[in-house]
Design a protein around this ligand. Sequence first.
Ligand code: LLP
Length: 421
Amino acid sequence: MDHFNYHQGHLHAEGVPLSRIAAAVGTPVYVYSAATLRRHFGLFTQALDWTDHLVCFAVKANSNLAILKLMGDMGAGMDVVSGGEYARAKAAGVPGERIVFSGVGKTIAEMRQALEGGIRQFNVESEPELLALSQLADSMGAEAPIAIRVNPDVDAKTHEKIATGKSENKFGIPIARAREVYAQAAALPAIRVVGVDMHIGSQLTDLDPFRQAYAKMADLTRALRADGHSITRLDMGGGLGIPYRRDNNAPPLPIEYGQVIRETVGDLDCEIEIEPGRNIVGNAGVLLSSVIYLKHGEGRDFLILDAAMNDLLRPAMYGAHHDILPVNEPRLAADVQPFDVVGPVCETGDTFQKGADLPAMMAGDLVAFRSAGAYGAVMASEYNTRPLVPEVLVDGDQFAVIRGRPSIEEILSRDTIPEWL
Ligand code: LLP
């Protein structure tokens, strides 16, 4: 459930008509609903209320400081994958004890930054990383709390570009080798083993892969304890999918997901960490855009928008679908017709949807891409020197620009022409 609904014929974000935001800020612009964020975070904490837990928001899904602050103030932890994301989490007021550091390629500088600033745990993904972290922490007179990310070799049944739990993927340590690597970790200076970590993929719409992976995690935890390791935390990763189509069968709910965790690892008396990103913020955001032209092509009509693949990359990159809603509510009997909805970027891949059923539209009309709060703004670029898309947060009847649109002058000022040219 989200808070983007029609009132009196106009699509609103909570109490604010999207047309008002478009008039004030211009388009394209991402618009987020604070109420939806709070609600989704609450669903995950409820789903785990049977145990000690920390919901670590996957910062990569949406890293705007205002979003992170809103989540952090509710008690969320953060899952970060770069020094930049770590700095964002800290700048949003989240203490190091609530930040976990994931990722296959942490640099020495990033690990140092986290050791200095405070960290809950590093999710270590390889032996070279483990050795590097041990050496670094030792040289700093620090101790690095770690979980090892284990690759359970489970098919997450999701898009190939976002499946991470098969043995052919670059992530984690093969589960068959986990005990050996934990033994190595325990013997290293300045390393403190605290838990086990997994993340098998994103946009999972079936609980079975989670169940399989977590059952393997439970077996591994028992084996590691028998080997003498103190395993007190299990990081279950993120990945629970969201409904991208309104008419679709909805994926499982957080409460059902929490039940799978309880059934598989609930008897181990561990603190549970989860790293949801998309499920919290995906349906809490829309990308608002204006029609620039309606172009009659051969056998098809193109709706040319002022948003493009650089603003919302998911359709071009994954063939992803985002429902497109006209901001002015179509009359019930309104005739719909198929449009190819495209952006202005000079690539055929800059197509959001082919044959989208929409009512008659004209230049200046507004449309909203649903489910764009996760992996939308964060994956945007300035390709074609289109200014980075701004972001707005709505809370009840108020809204604020939480990232402004850079001017062309600002963009140009970042480049330097060497004096010898
Ligand atoms: N934890 C780890 C270690 C991850 O790699 C990810 C996502 C998450 C948590 C959060 O997963 P979520 O709950 O959001 O599914 N750009 C792609 C998604 C990439 C996901 C990468 N890892 C997309 O637009 O679909």
